[in-house]
Design a protein around this ligand. Structure first.
Ligand code: HEC
Ligand code: HEC
Ligand code: HEC
Ligand code: HEC
Length: 345
């Protein structure tokens, strides 16, 4: 671990953060250099910002102060060797998931989980993606914004991998020693985007309708379901591979292994069967199942990581090639218990 020089700026509510990754936790695509903060979205996305402010994410930077979580936070911190609970916002073990980090001259935390945690650091796309006058062609706006780091909602896989990067913990010590949850219970992309997270203020022709926060269209829910399930498998495998302690006394590997097993052997086969079986279902899903079944969950970490990488490539291809219209056969599987209450304008 890097030298830990932390200067807390309590007066401003800002904390300098030590650069560095927590053990085993990796691959967030959000670079603090590109972060500008949710306030910079407000000018044009007032309702989205209000929805966000009403959500748990906007308060995740209070995990060590909130009455509901502070005792657990102190407990986890102590077990992880973080001496003062007020050091949590400056500790690389916690900052990647509970905070948004920005780097200008120094690295600091600026908020809880924010717009850019899911849509990408906006420094280079903020003033490009909405320029309808200067760049009237929508495809061209998208192309330029993507090149500048924007993660568009229609790129299901790219937005959703952020959720799994945070909601599945891949640090064995944080779970086995710290007592942190290994993963959010029953996390699924359909329900967890349909409740308090919901902020849909555009219609299909990208006109704004600020009076109503629309439910996600069914075609997109189908994609959320399938992409979410396969991402869950990928990240559970990565978790499994990063753990070494075996046995039911150690919840980390057990939790990851069980989730991967269930997806490979029950949930994904059920989806494939509904979509007409291996001959008719999208080829990427069939391939993911094959990779999963060919992976020894108690085997070599390097092999499990290889499987996760191969699955990742299939998910990306699946997400890019589908718009959900052809997946109607799985509608009966779509979860219907939104997590939290949607924001009402
Ligand atoms: C100056 C106005 C403006 C600002 C500031 C702005 N946006 Fe936008 N945004 C727009 C417009 C206009 C659209 C609709 C774009 C279109 O039709 O292609 C949009 C669309 C979006 C979309 C949906 C795109 C799609 O096509 O599905 C996302 C996501 C988004 N903005 C994120 C952000 C984030 C995050 C910020 C702050 C970092 C931000 N925006 C700041 C104007 C803005
Ligand atoms: C991999 C991402 C990740 C890391 C790293 C992480 N957390 Fe969390 N944490 C989460 C998520 C996601 C939740 C929400 C879990 C849920 O669905 O209830 C959470 C929940 C919590 C809670 C709330 C409630 C509970 O029931 O346990 C506390 C307290 C907490 N984290 C403290 C910490 C501390 C302290 C650290 C650093 C030592 C830390 N977390 C590191 C992702 C993370
Ligand atoms: C940067 C990390 C991060 C990302 C990315 C992220 N989350 Fe979270 N999420 C958290 C943490 C941490 C909490 C718990 C906050 C707390 O309790 O203080 C949380 C809480 C939530 C909650 C509230 C849970 C409850 O117990 O009520 C929902 C819903 C949620 N996340 C959904 C999502 C979805 C869906 C995505 C992706 C589209 C996502 N999150 C992406 C870190 C993240
Ligand atoms: C936890 C992840 C997460 C956070 C935080 C988040 N978004 Fe989103 N955003 C999404 C997802 C997922 C979708 C697609 C939702 C859907 O289709 O139902 C989306 C969709 C959008 C859209 C398009 C909505 C539409 O009607 O087509 C805009 C605009 C947007 N987000 C802007 C923002 C802004 C601005 C913020 C911050 C105030 C923000 N988002 C915070 C994940 C997130």
């Amino acid at each position: 671990m890097k030298n830990r020089v932390t200067i807390s700026l309590f007066a401003t509510g800002l904390f300098l953060v030590v650069a560095g990754q927590s053990n085993g936790q990796a691959i967030s695509t959000l670079h603090p250099e590109n972060v500008i903060g949710s306030e910079r979205c407000e000018e044009c996305h007032k309702e989205e910002v209000l929805a966000w402010k009403a959500s748990t994410h906007s308060r995740s930077n209070n995990v060590h102060r909130d009455a509901k979580t502070k005792e657990r936070a102190a407990e986890i911190a102590t077990k992880m060797g973080i001496k003062n609970v007020n050091d949590i916002p400056a500790h690389p073990l916690c900052t990647e998931c509970h905070f948004t980090r920005q780097k200008t001259t120094v690295l600091k935390v600026i908020s809880g989980v924010s717009c850019e945690s899911c849509h990408g650091g906006a420094k280079n796309y903020r003033d490009v993606h909405g320029k309808k006058d200067e760049i009237p062609d929508r495809a061209e706006r998208q192309k330029r914004s993507k090149a500048a780091g924007m993660l568009y909602p229609h790129e299901t896989y790219k937005v959703a991998e952020n959720c799994y990067n945070c909601h599945i913990v891949r640090d064995e010590k944080l779970v086995n020693v710290g007592g942190h949850k290994a993963r959010s219970d029953s996390f699924n992309l359909v329900d967890w985007t349909a409740g308090e997270l919901r902020h849909n203020f555009y219609d299909t022709s990208y006109e704004r309708h600020e009076k109503e926060n629309l439910d996600t269209r069914i075609e997109r829910k189908r994609l959320f379901f399938t992409v979410g399930m396969t991402l869950d498998l990928e990240y559970s495998l990565r978790g499994l591979a990063s753990g070494v302690q075996k046995g039911s006394n150690f919840p980390f590997r057990t939790t990851m292994g069980k989730r991967a097993y269930d997806i490979i052997n029950k949930e994904l086969p059920a989806v494939i069967a509904k979509l007409g079986g291996e001959g008719a279902a999208p080829k990427e899903l069939v391939e993911i199942q094959k990779i999963g079944k060919g992976t020894k969950l108690t085997g070599d970490a390097a092999d499990i990581v290889k499987a996760a990488d191969a699955i990742n490539a299939q998910i990306e291809a699946f997400s890019a090639s589908q718009d959900g219209t052809g997946l109607g056969a799985i509608d009966a599987f779509l979860p219907k218990n939104p997590k939290g209450t949607p924001y009402k304008p």
